[in-house]
Ligand binder design. Structure first.
Ligand code: ADP
Length: 191
């Protein structure tokens, strides 16, 4: 099973990604989490990534692509994986296509969580208080939303044209949203 979860900042991708990946027994791979782990460990990758993340910009494709390639080459991802926060640009889509094709597999589905951007700003500002993410400030949130619209939202059409898109309403209780995703995924063939 090879899945992608997409959605604007604050849509709840990370939460849903974990439930869905657990259900299928595959790792949830969050590029944001991997970058944040590197930042807190002070690795060279973390130092590089932090420059972009703190202002809400995307980390350059070359850096992100290499990191994802290395992660999905790990043994736990051999049966499949769920990507949270990748791909985010058209160049990353192409790169991922290459990675998956190389292993002789296919992408099974792309789940897009739809939410009202204004409604989630409040959610993100609250998260800033509990999790202390340095990119959850008003100005940086707006930049992340803007970039999502410019760079990432166009990917939705790409995957729709391929017949892979599953759009799920991301508003409501966490468990309700999870159920909507499972209901939608039930109807797709598994590989
Ligand atoms: P959100 O979706 O709420 O903005 P993430 O945790 O997914 O949060 O990502 C946090 C930051 O990590 C992004 O703003 C960006 O700087 C960086 N990042 C994560 N994934 C990617 C990616 N695929 N390409 C480039 N940068 C990324």
């Amino acid at each position: 099973m090879r899945l992608i979860v997409m959605g604007p900042p604050g849509a709840g991708k990370g939460t849903q990604a974990t439930f869905v990946a657990d259900h299928f027994g595959i790792p949830a791979i969050s590029t944001g989490d991997i970058f944040r782990a590197n930042v807190s460990q002070g690795t060279a990758l973390g130092v590089e990534a932090k420059r972009y993340m703190d202002s809400g910009e995307y980390v350059p494709d070359e850096v992100t692509n290499l990191m994802v390639r290395a992660r999905i080459d790990e043994p736990d991802a051999a049966p499949g994986f769920l990507l949270d926060g990748y791909p985010r640009t058209l160049a990353q889509v192409e790169e991922l296509d290459g990675m998956i094709t190389y292993t002789g597999h296919v992408l099974d589905a792309v789940v897009v969580l739809t939410v009202d951007q204004d409604a989630v700003v409040e959610r993100l500002l609250q998260r800033a208080e509990t999790e202390g993410r340095t990119d959850d400030t008003g100005e940086v949130i707006r930049r992340r939303q803007e970039l999502y619209g410019e760079e990432t939202a166009p990917l939705i059409d790409v995957y729709r044209r391929r017949g892979l898109l599953i759009e799920v309403d991301g508003l409501g209780e966490i468990s309700e949203v999870t159920q909507r995703i499972f209901d939608a995924l039930d109807v797709i063939p598994q590989s």
